[in-house]
Design a protein around this ligand. Structure first.
Ligand code: THU
Length: 134
């Protein structure tokens, strides 16, 4: 795996953010991530009139990851409407952990930060005796 192109991930996150469907919160979110085979996957939030059913941008990203061939997430950038780095919500940290593990780097205002810092002592597939990623 070559160098992580953080600027490209940032651009892709800002671009997909513009596709968000967020008429209730007016808080569009975009996220883009590098996969271990070099692909870039992305997602935006999709809200619903039944507010609690809204999907975070990271949900779309994980769906894109799986439907485009799976693999492991290496690095991710999430942004708000202004393009500022956005903190993934707690539920989405869990979603990201499943597909990137402790070493997935997530961009923060302090720089790339591993999931082991964002979600310490995470519960994951291994706790269930499952090893989906080998
Ligand atoms: N949101 C995301 O898409 N990802 C996050 O990690 C944080 C929050 C969305 C959910 C909702 O549509 C909007 O931001 C406001 O909470």
């Amino acid at each position: 795996m070559s160098e992580i192109d953080w600027d490209l991930l940032h651009d892709r996150a800002k671009s997909i953010m513009k596709k968000a469907y967020a008429p209730y919160s007016n808080f569009p979110v975009g996220v883009a991530a590098l996969v271990d085979d070099g692909r870039i996957v992305e997602g935006c939030n999709v809200e619903n009139a039944s507010y609690g059913l809204g999907l975070c941008a990271e949900c779309g990203l994980i769906s894109h990851l799986t439907s485009s061939g799976g693999g492991r997430l290496i690095a991710a950038v999430c942004v708000d409407a202004a393009g500022n780095f956005l903190s993934p919500c707690g539920r989405c940290r869990q979603l990201l952990f499943e597909h990137g593990g402790n070493n997935l780097l997530f961009m923060t205002p302090d720089g790339p930060t591993p999931m082991s810092t964002l979600l310490p002592w995470a519960f994951g597939p291994e706790d269930l005796g499952v090893h989906p990623h080998g």
